[in-house]
Ligand binder design. Structure first.
Ligand code: ADP
Length: 506
């Protein structure tokens, strides 16, 4: 052999042994005839003599398709081999390499035991100058570390996504220099859009008000980085309005320079709808309370002044007709005052949780009928009064006094807010339950106000007489007895307040 050829072979051998990939060479029958150092290291083999001679077709780890392709290839007639190889061994492939399987199949002796590696591999076929197939070469890369890292990354991403969707936390990063925008799914969800809108910022923020979108443009998209100190934090709460429904998102942005010196905005957004709604409710309740206190002073003073004034007149006058009229006025205002004070006391008791339910057997239809008769007598506006019951008597086991109070309140309102037409009291025996409805053809209540009607101190008209506690008390009492007070109403047409009670409760 010439020294040139010798040097060339030595050089190739050095390359063969020092490339950072495992290389195996199999002969025409698929028998291993050579393996480089990296190959021995990857498979934990101490010396090549321990593996030379094994057949590739017995490899317990190669994917089945690969094995069957190799098997087909080795048995194909010479002239078909090249085409087959070009077609089937073109792509690299990855697979899990289990040393446990190597051990149990006694494939070869390895230092590894139970562990697995993640290998990516490529098959090359060597054809000599005459086009005859000589060797099958397998190249291996140990991707275990990379695979583990990817796995960890995937797990972390999953965990991060779970946390962010659980807490509704959106995260985004906008690199101003490169104009790249990346964000997690929740960021888009918080703004009511789909992730597919990607980097089209106009689209991402399309459900914000015009004013907020302008704010974003001037404060966020085109940040005057040269004029603001780095690490500046900006905060803003946005109302996101999709299909007429609002939710609130609070955003925090940090402006900073990343490790490459690029100006970057890092943002987080969180859904604060529940918090905003609770705050609004608290504010509304606070306003109502203030209004109530102002109102109650007026409500108490008016009948009290009337009572005091007319009592004096009653003493002073000798005229019998006048006496009777003053007496009527005093009695009426007494009633108003007593009702007001009772309402306040009832409500306070309920708020304190000391209202007791005292059940007894009684005929609720008879109770309603008797009460309705009293209202009929006082029916000054001459409204048509209908009492309808599908059973003559409906016996229930419930709190009679509370039902009387509820009916009293609802009937009182029905007569108060109806100037012409009718008031109807409807009883329906439903078997296990009883439905009680009070219908009127009065002023009715608009949809928006129906939602608030059972709130304490709520009055549709601030000048209407009363504390605005009656319905709230009735609602709570019905709840206490296992029912729910509901309303059907149309503005200008009338209302129905109804509730369904179980006939007997444990
Ligand atoms: P109050 O205790 O002052 O009588 P309520 O809580 O019973 O107050 O009622 C609250 C408000 O609901 C009333 O001021 C009135 O505006 C409205 N309302 C109640 N019942 C009716 C009804 N049948 N028709 C129209 N409005 C009603």
């Amino acid at each position: 052999m010439s020294s040139f050829l010798f040097n060339e072979i030595e050089r190739l051998k050095r390359i063969f042994n020092n490339v950072p990939a495992g290389i195996e060479v199999y002969d025409r029958k698929g028998v291993l005839i050579d393996i480089n150092l990296k190959g021995l290291e990857i498979f934990g083999v101490e010396s090549s003599s321990l593996v030379l001679g094994i057949s590739i077709l017995e490899n317990p780890n190669l994917p089945n398709v690969v094995l069957s392709n190799i098997s087909t290839f080795l048995t194909l007639p010479e002239q078909d081999k090249r085409d087959f190889a070009n077609e089937n061994f073109r792509d690299s492939f990855s697979f899990e390499y289990s040393f446990d399987r190597v051990f149990s199949k006694k494939y070869y002796k390895t230092l590894y035991k139970k562990e697995s590696k993640y290998i990516s591999s490529k098959i090359e076929c060597y054809f000599n100058d005459n086009g005859i197939f000589e060797d099958l070469i397998m190249i291996f890369l140990d991707e275990t570390d990379r695979y583990q890292e990817q796995l960890e990354l995937k797990k972390f991403k999953l965990m991060f996504d779970n946390i962010s969707s659980f807490g509704k936390v959106g995260i985004m990063e906008h690199n101003i220099e490169e104009d790249t925008f990346i964000a997690n799914e929740q960021w888009f969800e918080n703004f009511g859009v789909l992730k597919s809108v990607k980097t089209d910022l106009e689209e991402v923020y399309k459900y914000l008000s015009m004013e907020d979108r302008l704010w974003i443009k001037s404060n966020y998209k085109s940040v005057p980085f040269e004029r603001i100190p780095l690490n500046t934090i900006r905060e803003k709460q946005f109302e996101v309005r999709v299909d007429g429904k609002s939710h609130w998102i609070k955003c925090v942005w940090l402006l900073f320079k990343n490790e490459y010196g690029d100006n970057v905005i890092l943002g987080s957004s969180i859904d604060v709808t529940e918090f905003v709604e609770a705050t609004n409710r608290a504010k509304e309740s606070e306003n109502l309370k203030t209004k109530f206190l102002e109102n109650i002073t007026h409500e108490i003073h008016t009948p009290l002044n009337v009572i005091v004034g007319f009592s004096q007149l009653l003493v002073d006058t000798e005229d019998l007709d006048e006496k009777m009229e003053y007496n009527r006025i005093i009695t009426e205002n007494n009633k108003i005052l007593v009702k007001l004070i009772n309402n306040i006391l009832d409500y306070s008791k309920m708020e304190a949780g000391i209202t007791k339910v005292e059940n007894e057997y009684f005929d609720v239809s008879a109770l309603a009928y008797d009460l309705f008769e009293v209202f009929k007598i006082q029916n000054e506006k001459c409204l048509t009064c209908n009492f309808l019951s599908n059973q003559e008597s409906i016996i229930i086991y419930s709190d009679k006094n509370k039902i009387r109070d509820i009916l009293n309140n609802l009937l009182n309102n029905a007569f108060k807010f109806t100037s012409e037409g009718f008031v109807e009291l409807k009883m329906d025996d439903l078997g296990q339950e009883v439905r009680i409805g009070i219908v009127d053809s009065g002023i009715g209540i608009g949809k928006e106000q129906q939602r608030k009607i059972f709130d304490r101190f709520y009055k549709l008209n601030d000048f209407a007489q009363g504390s605005g506690l009656g319905l709230s008390i009735a609602h709570k009492l019905v709840n206490l007895m296992g029912g729910n007070l509901r309303i059907n109403s149309e503005l200008g047409k009338g209302s129905e307040f109804y509730f369904i009670l179980p006939k007997k409760r444990d």
